[in-house]
Write a protein that binds this ligand. Structure first.
Ligand code: NAG
Length: 466
């Protein structure tokens, strides 16, 4: 602690107190909410008026969102108690992408007959970090009070509600779960690390906050050294670590110092929260493409990358994102981490399969490279490197592939090879058989080659005749 910082801490600590906001109740800055090693600068939440929380309702009937309030004016809205209800609570906002909760709600009501409520609290989030983290407690109390109103007015129970929260908003979702026991589900999208990791479970998101707590980790590097904004440790029943959970493809690594955090929040320091933002981007995409985000149970990213946890066995692979609730929580699976790979830009979702190629061709020893690409009716993937080294006819070569296409949609495998060094004998090689083993269900798709090709020519390998 710098001397200035400790002085500040002393002054604030000596004013430790409590504020009360009508029906929302009282908020104090005593431990565990403030004055602990994890929360050095205590802060009392602002008034609801200063935070300015708004509830924006989307339903399949809505052409535009409707702002709703927990009173008689609800009657005039398109809210229906016969539908389930999802809330989306943002946290840290990336400049230029402040409306992602609305985008998410629109995607949800396009496909499901639910009420989706985007919670807006920009004014309360754009301030010192410690203040924003505490303002989120008022937002949580407001969401809880909205749910209490809806339960009373529309005869719904807690099991009809699902809260999706990002960053600080993920912990606010946890606080809603503390206030309303029995919520169906909380989806924590890269729950914030500073002021939450290592705190009492009552302060942060934990598995006790809803019947199902599913979590996506995308910025899990330590905050102190690498400015990772998300928690690293599992905090739900099902924790997903896409791409290992720390550094997302297509994002540059975080830079800056932890002391920059307040400036980031106030928007005076440019900070690329790309890794942190990926969590809600993946979730939003998963609404329309749930199967492209299957998580494989694995001890760590290294074993996963080495193919040690492929294919999925015994239906033990949940879908990351919106359809995580189609997975039934089984004994022994809590504390398991789930891994998957994504692309570096939209579409992020990938389908994993293993391609096994039986090689045919020249008997002369030859060193070279082999590649495969996959084509469907509409799309074609990039080339994946199958092998570098000696090309031995009769041998099988394997590669694990994360493809934009599902193995079941592949209509053509494109094989190519080339030499390390110029070979005057002009050999030819070909893929005699290609088997695609689909990761999600072990299903195998067979392709049969009928020719050999010279260096850098493409061999088209089609499904075997049945
Ligand atoms: C509410 O639903 C009705 C159809 O029942 C629709 O005509 C109206 O546009 C909806 N309201 C909004 C604000 O979209």
């Amino acid at each position: 602690m710098t001397p200035l910082w400790s002085l500040f801490f002393l002054i604030v600590a000596s004013h430790a107190a409590e504020v009360c906001y009508d029906e929302l109740g009282c908020f104090d800055d005593f431990p565990p909410w403030g004055g602990t090693p994890q929360r050095p600068a205590p802060a009392l939440p602002w008034t609801p008026a200063a935070i300015g929380t708004r509830f924006l309702l989307f339903t399949p009937k809505n052409r535009y969102y409707q702002e709703i309030k927990p009173d008689e004016s609800m009657e005039a809205s398109n809210y229906s108690g016969r539908r389930k209800t999802r809330f989306v609570i943002p946290g840290y906002l990336v400049k230029g992408d402040e409306d992602w909760p609305q985008t998410m709600c629109k995607a949800v009501v396009q496909r499901e007959n639910v009420n989706c409520i985007a919670v807006e609290w920009k004014n309360g989030a754009r301030t010192r970090y410690a203040q924003a983290a505490n303002n989120a407690r008022v937002v949580a109390a407001q969401v809880a009070s909205m749910i209490t109103f809806l339960m009373g007015h529309y005869n719904q129970n807690a099991g009809h509600f699902h809260i999706i929260g990002h960053s600080v908003g993920a912990h606010a979702a946890g606080e809603v779960g503390t206030r309303i026991p029995g919520l169906a589900r909380i989806s924590g999208l890269d729950p914030a690390e500073p002021y939450f990791q290592g705190t009492d479970a009552s302060v942060r998101l934990d598995p006790g906050d809803a019947a199902l707590v599913d979590v996506i980790h995308t910025d899990g590097r330590p905050f102190q050294s690498k400015l990772g904004l998300g928690v690293t440790e599992p905090v739900g029943h099902i924790d997903f670590y896409p791409n290992g959970g720390e550094q997302m493809p297509g994002c540059s690594s975080n830079h800056g110092r932890p002391s920059d955090l307040d400036a980031i929040w106030e928007g005076t320091s440019r900070f690329d929260a790309c890794n942190h933002a990926r969590a809600y981007q993946y979730y939003t995409e998963s609404i329309g493409k749930p199967q492209a985000f299957m998580g494989y149970p694995c001890s760590d990213m290294e074993s996963f990358a080495a193919g040690g946890c492929f294919p999925c066995t015994g239906g033990r692979c949940p879908l990351m994102g919106h359809r995580a609730d189609s997975f039934s929580l089984m004994d022994g699976l809590s504390k398991t981490k789930f891994f998957l790979n994504t692309g570096k830009s939209e579409p992020f979702g990938r389908y994993s399969f293993k391609a096994t190629v039986l090689l045919t061709g020249s008997r002369w020893p030859n060193l070279g490279y082999m590649f495969v690409a996959f084509a469907g009716k509409k799309d074609r993937t990039k080339e994946f490197q199958l092998h570098v080294g000696s090309l031995v006819p009769g041998r099988k070569y394997e590669v694990l592939v994360d493809s934009e296409l599902d193995a079941g949609e592949v209509t053509e495998v494109r094989f190519r090879w080339n030499n390390h060094i110029i070979n005057p004998l002009s050999p030819k090689y070909g893929a005699m058989h290609v088997d695609l083993l689909r990761g999600k269900d072990h299903q195998v798709f067979l392709f049969c080659g009928t020719e050999k090709v010279a260096e850098n020519e493409i061999q088209s390998v089609l499904p075997c005749p049945v």
